[in-house]
Design a protein around this ligand. Structure first.
Ligand code: AP5
Ligand code: MG
Length: 208
């Protein structure tokens, strides 16, 4: 099963991808994570990506499609693409080098997103938290390492990311609807476990 995970910044793509990966034994491929690893490693891709990410804009399509193509070559079995494609061009390119079964769209009220993202705290192990549930703790519950905030998780950049999503990424819902591949989960105010139940119910409708 090859899944495109679609959703606004802060919709819970990373949170749900971790659960889907474990239950369905899929490889989780996140373009955002790959760019952040490149920035940390000081690579040329990282240097290019940083200015776009800090501005809440999309990294150019050429380099983005190439890193996805490369990681799919190294992947055995099914996968979840988290954060790719993010515009019509990327979706059309993806169809040239991959066989996507479905697009899982996480629908979340925009009013919830700013607080979710600005309150997010990350760990290098990949765990993600929200300050409201940390009770003042600043280390990871899973591995004990110090938590940090992503550079692009500030109100100004988040507003730009949301605008970019509305203008360039949200139209992909129609693209996958027309292809008969769109499954939407209305997340409402459900917590991550409740959202995952709905995700599993949707995926259960897909037999392959
Ligand atoms: P990326 O890293 O993909 O960021 P994003 O799309 O903005 O999404 P986030 O990672 O912020 O949110 P998420 O949906 O994963 O939510 P999460 O599960 O963490 O991309 C970053 C940048 O890279 C882009 O802006 C762009 O510049 C560049 N880029 C990436 N892909 C690209 C592409 N294809 N083309 C060009 N450029 C690209 O959850 C968020 C918070 O909410 C957490 O605190 C979590 O604990 C909490 N939470 C999750 N679910 C719930 C729930 N149900 N209830 C309450 N809280 C919840
Ligand atoms: Mg994410």
């Amino acid at each position: 099963m090859n899944i495109v995970l679609l959703g606004a910044p802060g919709a819970g793509k990373g949170t749900q991808a971790a659960r889907i990966q474990e239950k369905y034994h899929l490889t989780h491929i996140s373009t955002g994570d790959m760019f952040r690893a490149n920035i940390k490693g000081g690579t040329e891709i990282g240097k290019l990506a940083k200015s776009y990410i800090d501005a809440g804009k999309l990294v150019p399509d050429g380099v983005t499609c190439e890193i996805v193509k490369d990681s799919l070559k190294k992947t055995d079995g099914g996968y979840i693409l988290d954060g790719f494609p993010r515009n019509l061009f990327q979706a059309q390119e993806l169809d040239k080098f991959a066989d996507i079964d479905l697009c899982l769209n996480l629908e979340v009220d925009e009013a919830l997103l700013l607080d979710r993202i600005c309150g997010r705290r990350m760990c290098v192990c990949g765990a993600s938290y929200h300050v409201s549930t940390l009770n003042g703790k600043d280390v990871c519950e899973k591995c004990g390492k110090p938590l940090y905030q992503r550079d692009d998780d500030n109100p100004q950049t988040v507003k730009a990311r949301l605008t970019t999503y509305e203008n360039q990424t949200a139209p992909l819902k129609d693209f996958y609807l027309a292809a008969g591949k769109l499954l939407t989960v209305d997340c409402g105010t459900k917590n991550p476990d409740e959202v995952f139940e709905s995700v599993c119910a949707e995926l259960g409708k897909f037999n392959k």
